[in-house]
Ligand binder design. Sequence first.
Ligand SMILES: Cc1ncc(COP(=O)(O)O)c(C=O)c1O
Length: 388
Amino acid sequence: MDTNQIIQQIQVSGIRRFDEAISDVPNVIKLTVGEPDLPTPEHVKKAGIQAIRDDWTHYSPLMGFSALQRAASQYFHQKYGLNYAPSEIIATVGATEAVATSLLTILNPGDSVLLPTPAYTSYEPIVQMAHANLIPIDTTNTGYKLTPAALQQVIQNHAGKPLKALILNYPTNPTGVTYTQAKLTALLAVIKRANLYVISDEIYSELTYEQPHIAFGTLYPEKTITINGLSKSHAMTGWRLGFIMAPQALINEMKKTHQYLVTSTSSISQAAGIEALTHGLDDGVKMRAIYQERRDYLVKRLSEIGINYVYPTGAFYIFAQVPTDFDGNSWQFATRLAQKAQIAVIPGSSFGASGEGWFRISYAASQSALRESMNRLALWRAQNQEKK
Ligand SMILES: Cc1ncc(COP(=O)(O)O)c(C=O)c1O
C-alpha cells in the first residue's frame, strides 16, 4: 500500500481493539475504557446549551477564548499552585491533542523520549510520527514508579544520544499509582542534570485519594509542559477539552502546531469549560469521593478473591495480576474472563511489554456493575479452582 510507513505499522490502541473484540459477548460488564460513568455536572451542561443559543458557534481564537485562558490560569493556580499566565495556556481537543501538539513541537527526527512503563497507549505512536525514538523504562520492579536510580541508569546508557524529554503521567494510567513531593523532587535532580523537557500528563490530578496532587510545573516551571483537561475531573470526555500549559516561548511554537492540526477546539465546549473552571471547582472533589468508595470496595473484594494488585492511590484504575495458575498471556486471560465470566478488562500488554501478566480494571463504572463483576469473578475463580 502506498501510504505512510510509520502509520502502517501503528495499530489502533489495545484498549480500543480489546473493547471492540469483546463487545459482542452477551451480558458482559465492561470495566474497560477509562471513561467516567458519571454525567457532566448540570451547570456545565447548561452553559454548553446556552452557548449554542447565544450563537457561540463560530471559530474561537486559535488558543481558545481569552475568558477560558483566564479561567484555566486561575483554576490551576488555585488547585495546584501553578503559575501560568493566560497567554501560556492553549485550549486543546482533549489531553490527547495536547500530548500530540507538545511532542510534535519539541521533537526533531532522531530525538529520544523516555517513558516509564507500563504506560498509557497514546504517547508512543506520536513519538513515532515525529520520527523520534521512545525509550521505555520498566517500572515493574520499583512499585510501578520511576526512581532516580533507574532514570539515571537509562540516561547513562544513552550517553551521547539526543535525549530530549521525559514523559510523566501521574496519577498513572494504567496502574493508579502517584508520586509524593519527595519522590518528584528526587527525580527532578536527575532530570535537571540531563536538561530534559518534562511532559507531565496530569489528566487525573483531581483523583488522588491519599495525598494532595503535586504538579510538576510547580517544581520545574522552566522546562515542564503541563497537560491537563476536563475529561476526567468534570466527566467531560465527549466535550474534548484539554490544556497545554508551558513557558511562553514554547507556547508560541506550539500554537503553530495546534493551528495546523485542529485550528481550535469546539467553541461550545469552551463555553462549558469556562463554567466548569469558574463555578465547578468542587465538581471533581465530589466525584473523587465516589471513586474512592469504589476503589476501597474493589481492593477489598480482589483481596478476598485472592487476586494480586498494585494498591492504587489515584486515577480510577486497578492494575491486577493474571492468576499464576492461568496458562496463557494477559490477552488470553482477558478474553477468557470476558467469555466465561462476562467481565471485560484490558490486557496489561496493551500498555507495553512490561504490562504482560497483568490486567487493568477501570472502576469508572457504577457500584452495582462493580459488585456484580466481583461476584462473577469470585464464582469463576472458585469453579476453576474446584476443577484442579
Ligand atoms: C493518561 C491519559 N492521558 C490522556 C488521556 C486522554 O484524555 P482526553 O480524553 O482529554 O483526550 C487519557 C484518557 O484516558 C489518559 O488516560
